[in-house]
Design a protein around this ligand. Structure first.
Ligand SMILES: [Zn+2]
Length: 480
């Protein structure tokens, strides 16, 4: 197992990682509340933790990666009511779309996606435990609240001062609560909502307790690593700590906290509730998974990333194309001639440099997952390969394999350099419009045979054309 260090949000320090029971690592990442399609911001969080898991597995750790699905909450219920749909089915549908996007993005590292509503027995057991330990109380309507005053460490992760949260203009006074900062762990049912029987009447799980019920069941009262987007630190993760540590007496609930930075949309946090979101699925359609992963990973995972529609991903596409040039060329040559192709050997100093670089890439990631620096190193390699005057086309199979080693590392750990299925990006995005112009000119001058020939050639190459009043649109026939 390669040692590595990670910034821990709780201690605010980069710490050497020590698993509880090596080589096993229990990882929990807060997942989606699937009440709408996933956006670009979600993609970042889940690609970041995908890279963490890819790296750990490469380094010899056995990671069990759990990511929950909040398939029932207030937003889902409200959205389902507006769409005259069942909230659980709505969640199932959006979750299926999310899984498709994750698969296309190459995020396949999650071992298990538990659904909140499958953990009601575990949730009820924790609620019971918290009431017995007198840190939770039953309100008049049958809801159960966690009493924050009974957990003095509340606020330690976020550095928030809870006593500053007094009832007033900003905090709505809720008669059912003893104190405004108390949070609900079991919600009394409203007629028409999905609900479960409980000793306190019919109800459904509060949000924070679903996580702790799942981690208690799947990872134990203490586990290694908890990840999520930065926006969940307060109050969600404070609440998780308070619930779990109060219910089990095991401290700390988790040894390391990792939080990935925001994606802002021209300066403002991207959020479904604000409405300034870019669809993840559409972005993959337009640019392809490699460009998106490059865009996310070409920033430190803790830094905020600003997304400008029509600009950020277009720039990422240009940069990624430059970076991946030799990798693509090598893949083409090996695909054409096989891995045993004959040719010149690679100069030994370049082969040695490739090996050294792979070591450096691992070392770079082992220092708080610095993917930005790793990508800078890969750019350095692309430059060096270009400057060395090595004609890739003349190298033998062994030489190509050696020169590809850093890109192979990038494929395994960062998920870059995959041979992507055809998308509207790449050379196609340049070439097809040129052919469409040529076809339009042919039609203008009445040369319909030429126009049809261009259309037939494009069709044979898998490009479907649609003539409209405002011009010709195109797409790949196999992308629906
Ligand atoms: Zn969570």
């Amino acid at each position: 197992m390669r040692p590595f260090r990670v910034y821990d949000s709780m201690t605010r320090q980069v710490r050497r990682f020590a698993p509880i029971a090596p080589p096993r690592v229990g990882l929990y990442v807060c997942g989606l509340t699937p009440y709408a399609p996933a956006h670009i911001g979600h993609g970042r969080t889940f690609v970041v933790f995908d890279v963490v898991v890819r790296a750990l597995r490469r380094w010899g750790y056995r990671v069990f990666y759990v990511q929950n699905v909040t398939n029932l909450d207030d937003k889902l219920i409200a959205r389902a009511a507006a769409e005259e749909d069942d909230p659980l089915e709505l969640a199932q549908r959006h979750f299926a779309g999310y899984l498709r996007s994750m698969d296309r993005l190459g995020v396949r590292s999650v071992n298990y996606y538990p659904f909140a509503t499958d953990y009601v027995p575990e949730i009820l057991a924790q609620v019971r435990e918290l009431i017995d330990r007198k840190v939770a109380y039953v309100a008049r309507d049958g809801s159960v609240y966690f009493e924050v005053a009974k957990f003095p460490r509340f606020g330690a992760l976020s550095g928030q001062n809870v006593s500053a949260l007094q009832p007033g203009a900003r905090v709505e006074v809720d008669e059912r609560k003893r104190s405004p900062e108390d949070f609900v762990i079991w919600k009394a049912a409203t007629p028409g909502e999905p609900s479960w029987e409980s000793p306190w009447g019919p109800g459904r799980p509060g949000w924070h307790i679903e996580d702790t019920a799942m981690t208690g069941r799947l990872l134990g009262a203490r586990y290694d690593l908890h990840g999520a987007g930065l926006d969940l630190i307060f109050p969600h993760h404070e609440a998780e700590i308070a619930i779990s540590e109060s219910a089990t007496g095991e401290v700390p609930m988790v040894n390391y906290w990792m939080h990935s930075g925001f994606v802002t949309m021209t300066g403002e946090k991207m959020s479904k509730s604000i409405g300034n979101v870019a669809s993840l699925e559409e972005s993959i359609d337009e640019y392809g998974a490699g460009v998106l992963r490059f865009y996310y990973l070409n920033a430190h995972y803790r830094s905020p990333v600003d997304f400008e529609p029509g600009k950020s991903l277009a720039e990422a596409r240009e940069a990624y194309r430059r970076l991946a040039g030799p990798s693509d060329r090598i893949a083409d040559l090996v695909e054409r001639d096989g891995p045993e192709r004959s040719g010149d050997p690679l100069p030994p100093e370049l082969a040695a440099a490739a090996d050294e670089l792979v070591d450096r890439l691992d070392a770079t990631l082992a220092e708080d997952f610095n993917t930005r620096e790793a990508i800078a190193l890969l750019f350095g390699w692309t430059r060096r390969v270009g400057e060395a005057g090595v004609a890739l086309d003349h190298l033998n199979g062994e030489g190509l394999e050696a020169i590809a080693a850093p890109y192979d590392w990038g494929r395994e750990v960062l998920g870059l350099f995959e041979r992507a299925p055809a998308t509207r990006s790449g050379a196609w995005a340049t070439v097809v419009p040129l052919l469409l112009e040529a076809r339009a000119r042919a039609r203008t001058r009445g040369d319909y045979a030429e126009a049809d020939r261009i259309r037939d050639q494009l069709t044979a190459a898998g490009v479907r054309l649609e003539d409209r009043a405002d011009g010709t649109r195109w797409e790949f026939a196999d992308t629906g």
